[in-house]
Structure formats: C-alpha cells, structure tokens
Ligand binder design. Structure first.
Ligand code: SIN
Length: 524
C-alpha cells in the first residue's frame, strides 16, 4: 500500500443513518475534520431512510417516568436503568433542539398549532412524532442537507469498511503488544477500484446500523447485514445481547414487496389482525390486543399462521379507520396499491419479519465501547435502552441522542496523539493469486445463512433447532473463511464474511441463553 492511499482525519464515521449523521453534524460544528463513509452509492440509503412510524417524544399528559415504564415493560425488565432514565429525560429536548429548531423539520400536525402524536404498541400514551408515514426519509434528507454545508466533512460513498484498524493487531511493531489495544480507523475497500485503503483516525464512530438482512424475511434493506458487529467482534470489543432480535409483526406479504413495512402506527390507529377466515385473535394472547408489545404480537401471528397452515394473516384497517387513510398513510397506501391492494377497501396480508437487533457493541452513556478509540451509536450499539425487546419508535431517538453525545465527548476530550506511527501499520494483505468471485457460490451461502437463521434462530427457538444452527453455521463459517483468504477483494465477499460472522454471533448468543425474555423466545 502506498502512502497516498492513506487518508487521515480527526474522526472517521462509518455509516450515515440518523446516528452517524448526528454524530457527524456535532463533530463538524466543533470544528473537527470528519470523514463520513458509506458502502452504499447514496448517503441517504440507510435503515433510517425507511423508518415510517416516527420518533418518540412526550405527548399530552405524558412524563419521562411513564415513558421509562413503557420502555422497561417492552424490554422485559433487562434494560440498563441508567440509559433508559437518560433517554426518557433527555429525548424530548434533543428532538426539539436538533430536529425541530435547528433542522426545521416539520412534523405532522393535528391542527395548525398542535403536533400530531401517534400511538404505537407498548406505549401508554400517544407520543410519537411523525411526518405522515415517511418520518425517516425526511429526517435523513435534512441531515444530509445540513452536513453538506460543512467544508470539514468529507463524504465518501461506495466505500466498504472491511476491518477496524487496531493496534496491536495491525501493527508491525511487536512491542505494540505492551500497549493498550486501540482502534485507529479502518481498512476500507473502494467498491469501484476494488483496492483497500487505510483511513487513519484517532477516533472512529461505528454507525453501521443493524443486521435484519441476515434473516430470510426482513423489513431492513438488503445491505443491513451487520458489518459493524462483525468488525467489532474481530477487533475485540465487547458485544452483548445478540440473541434479542426483534421481529416486526407486520411486513407486507407479497412476492415482490421485499419486506415492505406496514407501520405499527396502522394498528395504533385502530387496525385489527385477523386470520384469513376473518377471525380476530389478539384478544386470546394479551389484554392489550393489537397494542401488546411487538414480540408478543409477532409470536401470536406466527402461531396463528402455523395453526391455520397459512403463509400470512390479514391486517384490517379499512373496516376500522375513522379518518382519511390515503392522507394519513400515503406511502403505505401507494405501495400497497402498486401491488394491487387497495387498503381503503381490503385487508393487508402481513407476516412478521426480522426488524431490529436489540444487542450490539456495548457502550456507555457517551457511546464509548470497551475498545479505546472506538465509539458505536445507533442500532449497532447496545446502550441497554432496549433490554430484551425495543419499544416502537425509540430507535431514531436513541440514534440522535447517542450520535450527538459521542461527538460531543470526542470534541471535548480531543487528543490527536496516537501511540503508533502510520509507517508501523501493516499494508493490506492481498492473496498471491486472487481468485475471481463466483456469484453463484456467494448467493448459495447467503441462502444457507438466511434460511438457517429464519428456521432455527427465529421467532420461536428450541434447543434442538439452535444446535442444528450451530453445526451448520460452524461449517459455513469455516468454508467462508477459507474462501475469503483466496478471493479477489469485492464488496460481495466482504459482505459474506461479515454476514456469516453476525449469524454465528446471534446463534451463539441464543444457544448460550436458556431463559426466554422479550425477543428471545425458547420453548425448551
Ligand atoms: C413502525 O413504524 O412500525 C416501525 C417503528 C419502529 O420500529 O420503531
């Protein structure tokens, strides 16, 4: 590797959803030099962009204590009390100052002088601010616009983070082993040139989002394969709670819909779940019916589907809505109509889908991980806010709060000195004979990963299924490792390597925990 391929910066941010973007904004405002990378061609492409429901604030007759209780009830009691306390108290202020005042985001209103607060499962009050059913899209676009005004922010798209650069691991200097392990940036693959370069930075913020796409059915974009978890694990950062994979109860059931989400706010506005022969069933599972926590709703749907040998259940909004459906849910209305379903007249066929990872890189209240120099924010991080199951619409808020705080912390304690010269860092190793990538092999490995997780590490788990998953994933991991060492560098190869690692982490966490809690439901 030549020196000109090394980029130096004050802060490297990997990923640009609300968490990465808010970290970048805060760091840029403090005058730090920021490099923001995404593996996607467009910066907007992120889980945030697809968030429909909204962002938690506090509604009328609402208090931080009530929100805290709801978060902990949904999380099945294993939340980090300090983190919950913090988000419940600070969240509303962050929404008001950053999103409403600073970025001038116009949330939907119920009247000219009153914001519209939506309802979602598990919330005891109407407290979700939203922009119709396209909340994430607007927030993401506003952030990108705001960041574009800063000359100290460098945007690099089509850049796949391959490995975190850590010492002593990547140091040529053998005495580095006597120093504290530290992250100093990342090895990054340029998707176009297929060459790996170094971004050298005293501080790295991981904001790579979640890993829903390691499952067969997911509400996440196909790029959400958990790169951040895989890289952090390899770098030695602590990772916790990976068994708590949340399944969204309602994604659109349609061959071409690609996990399109039917927001929980649809049930919040009165829609009811029914079997295909028109029978409501949620009253048999929880007294809160459709407003039960989403893990319970997802399991109820799964059970009803199995009992009736059906591929989906129906979500009936048309019979219950007392408002203009098209106006309140324009995106869902239009998308369903494109698939031939008029939701103002007909029920929506829905199935659960992998949606959110409640665990991740363990961080403190500033987003600091156990590895020096590495911060993690948003879904890739585990602050402990979500416990065993995330309360709806808390993730954008968590990303905003922790994203901003991580950059504040870095700016306050900024120290450009690092205990290692760039000349001491290993070049990227390319295999002597780089083999061309056969996409058929990669495709088949992904099918194995996704079906294994869906069937054996899914909504309902058993020890037998998990043991089977371990055997299959151990073998696959070994095979992918060998393949990776010989293959030409390519984003597909890196993605597969990260994907199998993440699948293995989820399986291993699930197998190690025999107690059903929240999203981890094990029947024996
Ligand atoms: C939804 O709109 O149902 C998703 C909200 C969330 O996952 O927080």
């Amino acid at each position: 590797m030549k020196n000109e391929e090394i980029l130096r910066t004050d802060v490297l941010i990997i990923g640009c959803g609300i968490a990465g973007a808010s970290a970048a904004l805060e760091a840029a405002k403090s005058g730090l030099k920021v490099v923001l990378i995404t593996k996607n061609a467009k910066f907007e492409e992120s889980n945030t962009y697809y968030a429909q429901g909204g962002i938690v604030s506090l509604g009328k007759d609402d208090y931080p204590e009530l929100l805290k209780e709801d978060i902990i009830e949904a999380g099945d009691g294993i939340n980090n009390p300090e983190a919950v306390d913090f988000i419940a108290k600070e969240g509303k202020k962050a929404v008001e100052t950053i999103l409403i005042k600073e970025m001038k985001i116009q949330f939907s209103r119920s009247s000219p002088d009153s914001l519209d607060y939506a309802q979602e499962a598990g919330h005891s009050r109407r407290r979700i601010l939203h922009i119709k059913d396209m909340t994430g899209k607007t927030i993401e676009e506003k952030f990108i616009q705001a960041l574009n005004k800063f000359s100290n922010v460098t945007f690099l798209s089509d850049q796949t983070a391959v490995d975190l650069l850590t010492i002593p691991h990547h140091s040529k200097n053998l005495t580095a082993y006597y120093k504290e392990p530290r992250c100093l940036g990342a090895y990054v693959l340029d998707n176009n040139t297929k060459r790996v370069h170094i971004i050298f930075s005293p501080y790295t913020i991981l904001a790579t989002g979640g890993c829903g796409a390691v499952y067969l059915h997911t509400s996440n974009p196909s790029t959400a394969i958990g790169d951040g978890y895989a890289m952090s694990f390899k770098a030695g950062a602590r990772i916790v709670n990976m068994e708590y994979i949340q399944f969204h109860p309602t994604s659109l059931y349609h061959r071409d819909a690609d996990g399109f989400l039917i927001s929980e706010t649809v049930r919040g506005e009165g829609a009811r779940l029914k079997t295909r022969d028109g029978r409501t069933f949620m009253e048999n599972y929880n007294s809160k019916k459709e407003m039960a926590p989403r893990d319970e709703v997802a399991r109820a749907i799964y059970e009803e589907m199995i009992n009736s040998n059906s591929d989906y259940v129906d979500l009936d909004l048309a019979s219950y809505a007392k408002f203009d459906i098209e106006k309140r849910f324009p995106n869902i209305y239009k998308t369903c109509l494109d698939f031939g379903i008029d939701i103002t007249k007909k029920s929506i066929p829905v199935v659960p889908a992998a949606h959110y990872c409640c665990g991740g890189v363990l961080v403190d209240s500033w987003g600091k991980s156990s590895l020096k120099g590495l911060y993690a924010v948003g879904e890739v991080a585990c602050t402990g806010v979500h416990g065993a199951n995330r309360l709806a619409s808390t993730s954008l808020l968590e990303g905003l709060v922790w994203g901003t705080r991580s950059a504040k912390q870095i700016a306050t304690h900024f120290d450009p000195e690092v205990p290692c010269k760039i000349s001491e860092i290993h070049d990227w190793y390319y295999p002597e004979k780089e083999e061309d990538v056969d996409p058929a092999l990669i495709h088949q490995d992904w099918v194995s990963i996704r079906t294994t997780l869906w069937n054996y590490v899914g909504i309902i788990r058993t020890r037998k299924r998990l043991e089977r998953a371990r055997a299959d994933l151990d073998y696959l991991r070994h095979r992918v490792d060998k393949f990776y060492k010989e293959a030409k560098m390519d984003p597909l190869v890196v993605g597969l390597k990260h994907g199998i690692q993440v699948a293995w982490l989820i399986m291993y966490a699930a197998l190690s925990n025999s107690e059903s809690r929240g999203a981890h439901f094990i029947t024996d």
